[in-house]
Design a protein. Structure first.
Length: 267
């Protein structure tokens, strides 16, 4: 029990770092962590992957709001890129989360791995991510942006990973530097996290076999421990994120995804 608490606190700190530096909100760190901890408890009737996704989504609500405020104060947010995406992402996330409650943890686990692998390959093989596509950022077209937003919300709501791994490459290929692309992933994670948490808390059944500490599929204890580590870390890291060179920022983004993929394949 003590080891699980320490692991969650430590990984909460890592979540805080990835929230500010990469805009993850915690999803790609918290999902494998909560999944492993839930498996270790071996509670009968508990769907470990469903609990991991739901808990990750709940943690992202707080992390993304905290990081959004920090990025806003630093002047890294651009309204013309944020507002057209926000509402469609929220709607898509609710749809994705509802689909996840019906699909079950095994499907989520398989698609999580596929999603990571495709994202890594796309970032490495398609031009425009490791190096910005042009000197002048492109202005998004409203109709296309809304459609893309719905797709981003549906995928991220289903997998409980926030919008970063789809919004950062999207904004990057529109010509934005990594600092701004990852900064705007934080507010775009808020609608994903809010819609998904509501669905998982009200209709999720992944934690049905647990004795206590669950709201729907959300593990409240694990979520609280992760936040205890992440929130102080966000406050510290936000002061230094702007100092990372652009290409190093992009490369480290892909490397972190690769590490998460390896961890998930081992679990």
């Amino acid at each position: 029990m003590l080891s699980s608490i320490l692991v969650l606190l430590a990984l909460g700190c890592l979540t805080g770092v990835t929230t500010v530096v990469f805009g993850f909100g915690g999803g790609f760190v918290t999902v494998p962590v909560v999944y492993a901890v839930t498996l270790a408890r071996a509670e009968p009737g508990v769907d470990a992957m469903a609990v991991a996704v739901a808990t990750s989504t709940a943690v992202m609500v707080v992390n993304s709001l905290s990081a959004t405020w920090a990025q806003y104060r630093a002047g890294r947010l651009r309204r013309e890129h944020l507002w057209p995406l926000a509402a469609p992402i929220g709607i898509g996330s609710a749809i994705g989360a509802l689909a996840a409650t019906m699909a079950g943890g095994a499907v989520q686990h398989a698609l999580f791995v596929v999603y990571l692998a495709v994202t890594i390959a796309d970032s490495l093989l398609r031009r425009g991510f490791l190096t910005p596509s042009g000197p002048t950022p492109q202005v998004p077209r409203l109709g296309v942006t809304r459609t893309v937003g719905l797709g981003i919300g549906a995928v991220t709501g289903f997998l409980g990973v926030g919008g970063s791994v789809m919004t950062v490459p999207l904004l990057r290929r529109r010509g934005l530097p990594m600092g701004e692309a990852t900064a705007m992933a934080n507010p775009l994670t808020v609608p994903v996290a809010l819609a998904g948490t509501l669905v998982y808390a009200l209709w999720g059944t992944g934690g049905a076999g647990a004795d206590q500490g669950h709201l729907g599929s959300v593990d409240l204890v694990a979520g609280a421990l992760l936040l205890a580590g992440s929130l102080p870390t966000i406050a510290l890291v936000r002061r230094h994120v702007g100092r990372i060179p652009d290409r190093a920022h992009a490369v480290s983004y892909v490397l972190l995804l690769a590490v998460v993929l390896v961890v998930f394949l081992v679990l």
